[in-house]
Design a protein around this ligand. Structure first.
Ligand SMILES: Cc1cc2nc3c(=O)[nH]c(=O)nc-3n(C[C@H](O)[C@H](O)[C@H](O)COP(=O)(O)OP(=O)(O)OC[C@H]3O[C@@H](n4cnc5c(N)ncnc54)[C@H](O)[C@@H]3O)c2cc1C
Length: 373
């Protein structure tokens, strides 16, 4: 079976990986260089932040993130030479308003990654001695990890590009589906080149709404800009991830600390703004005052593919027998990525699914297509 995948972010690349493992042939398209959109810009925390604020469907997929990435890393690293560093730092949350609910949540659901402990100042200092004195207590999630997502993408792309069953076509905007009787025959690029395949997959992240008109659907996915800044501290300097209200710090193994983030509806604008960068800086230094001693080495913004509930659309698109979706992961596409791709592969190949699939179905999207084609 030959499958065309539109969009080479984490959703598209992991979908490709799942499908080639089952013997399929895959062509992946991206309007820009593969792996340079939201999946590159994100932080790589392998759990929804404040999991109790998200539907169970989001947490169900996310709970597989860490172990599935560990397995992919072990498989891909010998081929690519790239370790994408699943860094188990744990996370401290300082926001007191969430202490009780967080501690109750872990008792209720017993998911290892969401296990948390209440820490008084002394215990808190033992876990992370750099935390500001203004925080006298915290809740601590010792098993939470982060993945170094730019390296993850590099590893996936390197592996896929050297695989005999994969073609990656970059800098190519897919504009149109050519249908006949509820069946897509080919896709068309902006310079009218046609590509045929047996099955087609949409993994176009924040751009997914662009398909609404020609599919006669209302696809409620919008770009939500998030900004980040990157400090360089000494190797292994910051021992844990930290979170207060909406801001967080993510240490990488080599001493880089990723800090974010903001949430702004600005269309497809990806320029960081001075004001937002200052807000992030202030919030991060408030948590870890010594960060002010280290240089900021990079800043950027990315576009999250927001969806109304944060539950992604995974499965067959309405009314078209050979069109599939894996988009709309909003703030959690990196942690949900491996399980989302596996679920889609299982649905496409009519295999048993790792979770009950109905809640993710794109049949939720209202369709008028049956009246039109
Ligand atoms: C600042 C920030 C922090 C984040 N932090 C985290 C986190 O800590 N943990 C977590 O789990 N998630 C996080 N996320 C969310 C996560 O990054 C996204 O949910 C995820 O990357 C979405 O992946 P994707 O592959 O669906 O989209 P993308 O990575 O955006 O990929 C979509 C691709 O499709 C291509 N494309 C679109 N339309 C077309 C077309 N018509 N033709 C050809 N190509 C097309 C685009 O060029 C793009 O490369 C964060 C996001 C941001 C912005």
């Amino acid at each position: 079976m030959h499958i065309a995948i539109i969009g080479a972010g984490v959703s598209g690349l992991l979908t490709a990986l799942e499908l080639i493992e089952q013997g399929c042939t895959v062509t992946i398209f991206d309007q820009q260089q593969a792996g340079h959109a939201a999946s590159w810009a994100g932080g790589g925390i392998l759990s929804p932040m404040y999991p109790w604020r998200y539907p169970r469907e989001v947490n169900h997929l996310a709970q597989y993130g860490k172990c599935m990435y560990q397995e992919w890393n072990a498989k891909l690293q010998p081929e690519t030479g790239i370790d994408f560093e699943i860094h188990e730092t744990g996370m401290l949350i300082f926001d007191e308003t969430d202490f009780e609910i967080g501690l109750n949540y872990k008792d209720q659901y017993q998911e290892p990654m969401q296990h948390c402990e209440y820490l008084e100042r002394e215990a808190l200092e033992q876990v992370n001695s750099h935390v500001s004195e203004q925080f006298q207590h915290a809740i601590y999630f010792p098993q939470l990890a982060n993945v170094r997502n730019p390296r993850l993408l590099k590893s996936l792309i390197t592996y896929l590009k050297q695989h005999p069953k994969v073609e990656v076509i970059e800098n190519t905007w897919i504009e149109k589906f050519n249908f006949h009787n509820h069946h897509i025959q080919s896709i068309q690029t902006s310079n009218t080149k046609h590509y045929q395949a047996d099955q087609f997959v949409i993994t176009t992240g924040a751009w997914s709404n662009c398909w609404s008109e020609q599919l006669h659907l209302s696809i409620p996915v919008e770009p939500v800009q998030g900004q980040m800044l990157l400090f360089k501290t000494p190797e292994k300097w910051l021992p844990t991830m930290c979170m207060n209200k909406v801001m967080y710090l993510i240490p990488r193994l080599d001493g880089h600390v990723v800090c974010g983030s903001s949430m702004d509806h600005l269309g497809f604008d990806q320029r960081p703004s001075v004001q937002t960068q200052q807000n992030i800086y202030k919030a991060c230094v408030e948590m870890i005052p010594e960060l002010a001693n280290f240089p900021i080495v990079k800043q950027w913004a990315g576009l999250r593919p927001s969806s109304p509930t944060g539950i992604p659309y995974i499965g067959q698109m309405p009314e078209i027998e050979n069109l599939w979706a894996n988009f709309g992961h909003y703030r959690n596409g990196l942690c949900m990525g491996p399980a989302s791709a596996q679920l889609l592969r299982q649905l496409m190949l009519k295999q048993q699914t790792l979770v009950e699939a109905t809640a993710y179905s794109p049949q939720r999207l209202k369709s008028n297509l049956s009246n039109v084609v």
